[in-house]
Design a protein around this ligand. Structure first.
Ligand SMILES: Cc1cc2nc3c(=O)[nH]c(=O)nc-3n(C[C@H](O)[C@H](O)[C@H](O)COP(=O)(O)OP(=O)(O)OC[C@H]3O[C@@H](n4cnc5c(N)ncnc54)[C@H](O)[C@@H]3O)c2cc1C
Ligand code: SF4
Length: 326
């Protein structure tokens, strides 16, 4: 599976980068660590005329604690740096836990937080070679007009399968998005559409440049649990992030987010209302598990059955709540 032909662009500044995006809009793909994009290019999921290699944008690399207790993380910061950051481990542990489960050490060295946030959605019928997909008559997400997962429907259900976004959602993260004409900052929860094919609210001429974690979620206890086929190197097939603030014996605030079971990573509505003000125990953790399982809607986008993946959301949520309140 060879790479398609393309012209490689290597900007030295953010201005130059977004200038290229503007100029070649619709014919260009952004390359950060390349750990997801390169296999996708080989599978001919994308055949852009230009590839924009962000590698030289050093200003977008690094973890910068802020005076108010929050932190700014450059989009090109490697997953490995996040996993190993002592500051993040102390103040935002759910993020370091999630980062430590991404792929394998080699891929975490190359892969970036920006790439993890922008990760394409995945499906058994999509992440395949051109020959394989052609043999199946293609599908809505790429080159076709039917869905093999939900036949008769018009929607793509490919699953968002990144590990750090649920942790970032629990931490109330915001992201900075830059284009040639403007810079905007939005809550991460507003970034995803919930559609498997057009999964993120990012214009073709925009770049994700920074991630911000507020001081207000600093110090929350955090746990991340993940289901995958190969324990040493694999995308999640179900993932749960839990961040909990505890005062004495009571839970003061709680946030739960899930990944890999819907077309977007999702905060579980009502989690805080369910848990806040209560003493953590087995029954309460079980109720949180039931709540998370109700929100997860896995379909047959992977080799594991939807029933098993939904059940693991329930089990992991219960275990994660108990672990975070221990
Ligand atoms: C074998 C294998 C196992 C994997 N397992 C996991 C796993 O367990 N968990 C997991 O979360 N991921 C996994 N991945 C996917 C990948 O390694 C990570 O998600 C990684 O963080 C992606 O970052 P990257 O910098 O390599 O992204 P890239 O591959 O460079 O880019 C990914 C996508 O994001 C876009 N993009 C990247 N940066 C930006 C930006 N700053 N602004 C706008 N768009 C951008 C690209 O255009 C592309 O569409 C796995 C990959 C492989 C090959
Ligand atoms: S969910 Fe359906 S349309 Fe989407 S990638 Fe899978 S088969 Fe294709």
């Amino acid at each position: 599976m060879s790479l398609p032909d393309f012209k490689l662009l290597r900007p030295r500044t953010i201005e130059e980068a977004v200038g290229y995006l503007d100029k070649h809009s619709g014919h260009i793909r952004v390359l950060a660590g390349g750990t997801d994009l390169i296999p996708s290019l080989r599978q001919k999921l994308f055949e852009p005329q230009y590839i924009l290699d962000l590698g030289a944008l050093g200003s977008l690399r690094g973890i910068h604690p802020q005076a108010d207790g929050g932190v700014e993380i450059g989009a090109l910061t490697s997953i490995r740096s996040i996993e190993r950051s002592e500051f993040l481990r102390q103040h935002f542990p759910v993020l370091t836990e999630a980062a430590a489960t991404v792929a394998s050490p080699t891929l975490r060295n190359m892969g970036t937080i920006g790439g993890n946030i922008c990760l394409d959605t995945r499906c058994l019928w999509y992440n395949q070679s051109l020959t394989w997909r052609k043999g199946c008559g293609f599908c809505i997400k790429k080159d076709g007009d039917l869905c093999h997962v939900a036949p008769g429907g018009t929607k793509c259900w490919a699953a968002f399968s990144g590990d750090t976004p649920p942790a970032l959602l629990c931490l109330n993260a915001e992201i900075e998005i830059v284009s040639a004409s403007r810079t905007r900052r939005i809550p991460l929860r507003d970034f995803y559409t919930g559609l498997g094919d057009n999964y993120r609210k990012l214009q073709a001429n925009e770049l994700v440049t920074r991630v911000f974690l507020p001081a207000s979620t600093g110090g929350y206890r955090g746990v991340y649990r993940k289901l995958r086929v190969r324990g040493s190197i694999d995308y999640p097939l179900a993932g749960v992030a839990v961040a909990i603030k505890r005062t004495n014996a009571h839970i003061e605030d709680a946030r739960i987010a899930i990944t890999a079971v819907n077309p977007a990573p999702m905060l579980i509505p009502g989690a805080s209302e369910l848990l806040a003000g209560k003493m953590p125990d087995e029954a309460l953790a079980e109720a949180a598990g039931d709540l998370a399982a109700r929100i997860s809607k896995p379909l047959t986008t992977s080799a594991l059955t939807p029933e098993y993946r939904r059940e693991m959301i329930r089990v992991f949520t219960k275990r994660a709540v108990l672990a975070a309140t221990n």
